[in-house]
Design a protein around this ligand. Structure first.
Ligand code: SF4
Length: 292
């Protein structure tokens, strides 16, 4: 695979120990590690880049291990918060092959959903511990959060009341599998909530991994929902989950782009193996979709 470096379209600079890339076309500003900064600046070879990625993967894994061995000793009263993740539905209508939530009974069989009191207490806790933060984010997460749509509406209404009382400003995001996102629901939340849909790029890959509980594939239903939202596709974000067996990011990226998505994200499945080969392959493949 060829790796394109993108020095031409980015302006690379640093201020003290902070390193940045300014995207001259899209006006985006990205924070870089020192290694990434030097890699781009000196136009290093593909072998060098792979080595840097390998080292960074090792560093991340070591840091995670260190935090597991020695968790920080901080009491909850010392935290300053700027957001919340609300797990509003610990249940799902899909049964994806790589589902992160299958472990530890996270997804229960008894249709477990958050009730409003818990959500309200969580928002009150956020307000109490926000310090001087004015802008606060709430993410609706699951399972499949749209299985608890009424609660989402209640949270939006309650947050509006809190905004008026406190001067805080809420933003909202939601990650959904897209099977329940019809036009009616979308219209009720579109002005307040940033929505990310999980689609694995192509029908073939998607239907292989993302099936309903009865084994029926989910691609066609999601496409039919998206058809009713076709005027808004460029406002939606999409996330493709990549496993080591389905690594073809360029193809997946092109397909999602052709569907009209503007904001495209990749995430990887948790590798089954104890080595980090999967993470390395993913990151190296990712360089293929960096604009030249
Ligand atoms: S949609 Fe998400 S929560 Fe539901 S089974 Fe798939 S990965 Fe798990």
């Amino acid at each position: 695979m060829s790796i394109k470096l993108f020095k031409r379209s980015f302006h690379i600079y640093h201020y003290k120990d902070n390193y940045f890339a300014l995207d001259r076309k899209g006006s985006g500003l990205y924070s870089l590690s020192k290694e990434a900064y030097e890699t781009i600046l000196h136009n290093k070879s593909e072998a060098d880049i792979k080595e840097i990625i390998r080292e960074q993967c090792n560093n991340i894994l070591q840091t995670i291990q260190m935090l597991k061995d020695q968790p920080p000793n901080t009491s909850k009263d010392q935290f300053i918060l700027n957001g919340l993740w609300l797990g509003v539905a610990h249940c799902c209508n899909l049964n994806c092959s790589y589902c992160f939530a299958k472990k530890d009974n996270y997804l229960s069989d008894n249709n477990l959903k958050m009730d409003f009191n818990i959500a309200k207490n969580a928002i009150d806790f956020l307000i109490k511990h926000k310090g001087s933060n004015k802008n606060l984010n709430i993410t609706f997460f699951g399972g499949e959060p749209l299985l608890n749509f009424d609660l989402i509406i209640e949270v939006l209404n309650y947050s509006e009341k809190i905004e008026k009382e406190t001067g805080a400003k809420f933003s909202f995001s939601l990650t959904t599998n897209g099977t329940l996102l019809d036009k009616k629901k979308y219209d009720l939340i579109k002005d307040k909530v940033e929505i990310m849909i999980s689609i694995d790029g192509t029908k073939e890959i998607h239907d292989q991994n993302r099936k309903f509980k009865n084994g029926y594939p989910s691609w066609d239903l999601i496409m039919s929902n998206l058809h009713s939202l076709k005027d808004y596709i460029n406002r939606l974000a999409v996330r493709a989950t990549i496993s080591d067996d389905s690594l073809n990011l360029v193809n997946i990226y092109k397909n999602l782009k052709e569907m009209g998505f503007k904001y495209i994200f990749f995430t990887e499945t948790v590798p089954n193996t104890s080595d980090n080969k999967c993470i390395e392959n993913f990151n190296i493949e990712l360089l293929g979709v960096v604009p030249a």
